[in-house]
Design a protein around this ligand. Structure first.
Ligand code: FES
Ligand code: FES
Length: 165
C-alpha cells in the first residue's frame, strides 16, 4: 500500500471571478483555504460537519458546504462567497432587509443565510413564509429565533419583485 502524501498541491482556484494560484495540502478544506489562504473570512466555520450552514458558498452557482469540500476538488469550478454579494457600504437587497428586520444578532450564521437565500430568491422570487422556513432549516441560528430572518427574506423578495419600498 502506498503511504498517503502530505506534499502541498499547486491549485488554480476561481473565487468570486478571480483566479488564485495557491499551494496547499491536498487535504485542506475549502472553508480553511477561503479563510486562511485567500483572507475571505465571510465564510464562517461552525460545526465543520455540514450541519450548521455557516460555511455555505456557491459552487458553479449552487449552494454547497465549504466544510465538506476539499479545495483540490474546486479546480475547473467557480466558487462564490458572501463577499461577492454585497459590501458594508453597498448592501444587497437581502442584506439591507436583514438589517432592517433585525434578522441577525451575533451575525455568525448570517453569511450562510445570505448565500443560501441570494440563490434561493433567484430560483423562487415569490416564496411563502412556509417555503422560506423550509429552506432556512438548513441554516442554524442560535440568536434570532428565525422569525426576523423569515420576515427579512420575505421583505427582500417583495423588494426584488418591485412590490415593497
Ligand atoms: S461549518 Fe460547514 S455546515 Fe457547519
Ligand atoms: S445571529 Fe447569532 S447565530 Fe444567528
Amino acid at each position: 500500500m502506498t503511504a498517503p502524501t502530505h506534499d502541498p498541491l499547486t491549485l488554480s482556484l476561481s473565487v468570486n471571478g478571480e483566479t488564485h494560484e495557491i499551494r496547499v495540502p491536498a487535504r485542506k478544506l475549502l472553508s480553511d483555504v477561503l479563510r486562511e489562504d485567500l483572507a475571505l473570512t465571510g465564510t464562517h466555520v461552525g460545526c465543520e460537519h455540514g450541519v450548521c450552514g455557516a460555511c455555505t458558498i456557491l459552487i458553479d452557482g449552487r449552494p454547497a458546504r465549504a466544510c465538506l469540500t476539499f479545495a483540490a476538488q474546486m479546480e475547473g469550478h467557480e466558487v462564490t462567497t458572501v463577499e461577492a454579494m454585497g459590501r458594508p457600504d453597498a448592501l444587497s437587497v437581502l442584506q439591507q432587509a436583514l438589517h432592517e428586520e433585525h434578522g441577525l444578532q451575533c451575525g455568525f450564521c448570517t453569511p450562510g443565510i445570505v448565500v443560501t437565500f441570494e440563490h434561493y430568491l433567484r430560483e423562487n422570487p415569490d416564496p411563502t413564509a412556509e417555503e422560506v422556513r423550509d429552506v432556512l432549516s438548513g441554516n442554524l441560528c442560535r440568536c434570532t429565533g428565525y422569525q426576523n430572518i423569515v420576515a427579512a427574506v420575505l421583505k427582500a423578495a417583495a423588494r426584488m419583485r418591485g412590490e415593497a419600498a
